[in-house]
Design a protein around this ligand. Sequence first.
Ligand code: EPZ
Length: 423
Amino acid sequence: MEKLIINGGHSLHGTVDISGAKNAAVAILPASIMVNKGISIIDNIPDIADIHCIERIIESLGCKVNINNDCVSIDSTCLNNINACTDDVRKMRASYYLIGALLGRFKKARVELPGGCPIGVRPIDQHIKGFEALGAHVNIEHGAVNVHADRLIGANIFFDVVSVGATINVMLAATLAEGVTTLENVAKEPHIVDVANFLNTIGANIKGAGTDVIRISGVKELSGCSYSVIPDQIEAGTYMIATAACGGEVTLNNVIPKHLESISAKLTEMGVQVIENGDSITVKSNGKLKCTNVKTLPYPGFPTDVQQPLSTLLSIINGRSIVNESIWESRFKHVDELKKMGANIKVEGRTAIIDGVKRLTGATVLASDLRAGAALIIAGLIAEGTTEVKGIDHIDRGYPNIEYKFNKLGADIVRITYNEEVL
Ligand code: EPZ
């Protein structure tokens, strides 16, 4: 097993290159298996465990996958298996995109139910509602989703909740359906637009991604293309918050500042300087920050995926901050770990009441999920003394080269292998 040892107390200075967006790439790779002519070459793919998992899964379906640094080429013309039932499928959330992609291309699929971060109940009823509206029969048996359709026919679908996963999954299936599909009350996250752009590049006809209504005119076939994934809004937000917490001046390269507006606005309100410059953004903090309240919301609201890092920052700001998590029912598992480091936080349902303390102190803490891990790394960076972060396999699922990137900015993080003591 591995853990990170962090010696805290260093301010951050320099530049950091932001990688491609995890939540776009984990949908675009499954989307590429719908291509039946030519090869897809996709770059700016982040080097993270969730991507390696998806690559193994699509290979197991019969695709030829070649990886060259951050560029992946996929030949899906020889795909011959519609059963995605491996441990990798069960491990990660985004494997559910194989249902929409296989259903679109072959009108049938069998995909194990997905895993992912333990942040609350994660139903897929809206995905199923969408597939059924297109004419598919769906049942869940022995832990797998079985879908099949004689024909997929365009339909009007109004989602009951705004869901990133359901929006993308139904968009995938509808791409190869007959006629026009209209999706209403859809998610508008930057990765929704990126997946739609990728699909249009391989020959789909999708309009309206990034608004509340997406219209998809079904096409008969899709052809390979070259495509570059957008930068990761959440990785960028994490480094912005870390800089605010540690103090210093960091320029983030390869970002789309527009995607970061809610994070930039919140940090600015707290007294952090955020300067946009083309595809980079500079964050300056002198450590004298104001407490604030925040509520997580679908895009363009404040993203749930940086709520945990932000709550670490708020834990050392004088005064009371209130954090309301409106997307996930159980996304405060990092709080008990922050308390071990001296934070004063009370969780009531989906609200965290944070009374800022003067400092955090190093401790051994356990990451329960991906963004909890990022929150604990930031806690270690600002804490007095040494922090050990365990459970870092969660962090490796979503943050490429995290200790290398932080160390380049002046942090002191070492990854070590250890054997868990058996009592
Ligand atoms: C995606 O999860 C992201 N994961 C999550 O990021 C992110 O937190 C989330 O969107 C919200 O932005 C990936 O893209 C792989 P949802 P997803 O469907 O698609 C409810 C990270 O840290 N809902 O938008 O699973 C659901 O319970 C991860 O990178 C239904 O009720 O999220 C939740 O309350 C964690 N029925 C809300 O909608 C459904 O059928 C939003 O979920 C689907 C969702």
